[in-house]
Write a protein that binds this ligand. Structure first.
Ligand code: F0G
Length: 454
């Protein structure tokens, strides 16, 4: 057995409850069959997300005690700005309260009506901001990325010939930017390779197009480059980080995932871009030396970024996810392979084959798993898509139930419990029926929408 080893010990704990199944059924109905609307007191293992729920280290907690509070010119901010510069080699840093706030600033600054943003794959909030600013999103994920099961180690890679072709077809002046998402979220936390990013950089240079990195899930991607990309095996995590950062013009990130804290930010070495984006920070986020974050968060983030350079820290998520994925595979449960970062992803299209896409198979599976186990995952399929202006609902490329693995939070026995319950549910999958919306918000409907069985 490939047992992952915790490279830390647990010194602060939080009590958990397992509610009786009768209460879970009530809770599910109260939540409109939407796991986002459940309350934590009704949840045993919260695998909804890895965002803002990772375990902090003793060093992060210690740093939070000496935070320097002030509206303007806080020493804590200077510390964070210096750390960002040191890690990424980009010295101009704009703080923001989380990842989507960075996306708002970037989209408002660089997306013109009618322009196209090209990316390996979209993320929900990223696309919404681009579309709200009049742009369109083109995804150029390589073919392997769309295969739920593949041998490809870098399913997050971009199709480079298509990138060149698309930019020439649209004209460079109509491209707002090219965006690479590390640890590609919606296709199962799949990485891109450094080699692929470098090829994209060459194409961007040919046409004079800006290249942006969404580094929210960079920790996982760094680990995969280190262990999967042959040319990088002798590089340190710090060197790989710099090599990635050197390829791109702008980096933004959600520190809720990277740095294991809260907050986020944008960094660059381009003075002109920096000044343009800077105007929006006091308007939407707060003054330039806090950007919507508390000083405690900024302290924890500076330490968390440094800890991300430690392979023993960033290997924890991927190794636990690989273990869970392999155990489920042994029991015949359909999962995304190779195992990625972020979480273990169940393939709902296979798991509940009898539920058609318009009845939200991944959403139905999410609700059913909560009911039988108290494990809360997140739908990543058609529910997470948005209707177009004519009310037509696009079907997602994949129907996934994401079981996020917050970093350094769950023990192996908890993971085994989840595996056991999922395997039971798989054997009894015919009990699961589809869902329909009874209240459907127009924007990002998966967060607040309410559903019912149909
Ligand atoms: N980019 C990526 C790749 C993300 O995964 C997220 C958040 C964001 C941007 C937005 O950052 O939440 O700080 O505003 N992903 C979370 C998730 C919400 O659960 O996957 P945020």
């Amino acid at each position: 057995e490939n047992i992952p080893l915790e490279m830390h010990k647990v010194r602060i704990v939080q009590k958990l409850n397992i509610m009786p199944i009768e209460r879970r059924l009530e809770a599910l109905k109260e939540a409109g069959f939407n796991n986002f609307l459940l309350k934590n007191r009704d949840v045993f293992m919260d695998m909804l997300t890895d965002s803002g729920v990772n375990a902090m280290s003793d060093k992060q907690m210690a740093a939070m005690m000496e935070a320097d509070d002030s509206y303007a010119g806080s020493e804590t901010f200077t510390k964070l700005e210096t750390k960002v510069g040191e890690i990424f080699g980009k010295t101009l840093y704009l703080p923001a309260h989380q990842g989507r706030a960075c996306e708002n600033i970037i989209a408002q600054t660089f997306v013109n009506p009618g322009s196209t943003a090209i990316m390996n794959y979209h993320f929900t909030t990223t696309r919404s901001h681009i579309v709200r600013n009049g742009g369109t999103v083109e995804e150029l994920l390589n073919e392997e990325g769309y295969q739920v099961n593949s041998e490809c180690l870098f399913k997050g890679n971009m199709d480079i010939p298509k990138l060149r072709a698309l930019i020439s077809e649209k004209g460079a002046e109509n491209i707002s930017f090219v965006r690479f998402e590390a640890g590609t979220n919606l296709i199962g936390g799949q990485p891109f390779s450094l080699a692929n990013l470098m090829e994209a950089r060459k194409v961007c240079d040919e046409f004079g197009v800006m290249l942006i990195l969404d580094a929210s899930l960079l920790a996982d991607n760094l680990y995969f480059i280190k262990v999967r990309e042959e040319q990088c095996q002798d590089m340190s995590i710090r060197e790989i980080t710099r090599a990635i950062a050197n390829q791109v013009d702008i980096i933004y990130f959600s520190a809720r995932k990277l740095g294991c804290a809260r907050g986020g930010g944008i960094c660059t070495n381009n003075e002109e871009h920096f000044v343009k984006m800077r105007e929006l920070v006091p308007l939407y986020e707060g003054f330039l030396t806090y950007g919507g974050m508390s000083v405690r968060e900024m302290e924890a983030m500076a330490v968390g970024l440094e800890e991300t350079m430690d392979e023993d820290m960033i290997n924890q998520g991927p190794q636990f996810i690989a273990y869970m994925t392999e155990e489920l595979q042994k029991k015949g449960v359909p999962v995304v392979t190779p195992a990625g970062g972020l979480g273990c992803h169940l393939n709902a299209m296979e798991f509940v084959k009898h539920i058609p896409q318009q009845d939200y198979p991944a959403g139905a599976l999410a609700a059913a798993l909560y009911l039988v186990s108290g494990v809360r995952g997140m739908e990543r399929g058609t529910m997470s898509e948005e209707r177009d202006d004519n009310g037509v609902e696009p079907f997602a490329d994949m129907e996934l139930l994401r079981l996020a693995m917050p970093r350094r939070v769950f023990t192996l026995s908890q993971v085994k419990y989840a595996v056991d319950r999922i395997a039971w549910l798989y054997e009894n999958r015919n009990l699961i029926g589809g869902l329909k919306f009874v209240e459907e918000p127009k924007i990002l409907r998966f967060f607040l929408g309410r559903l019912d069985t149909n």
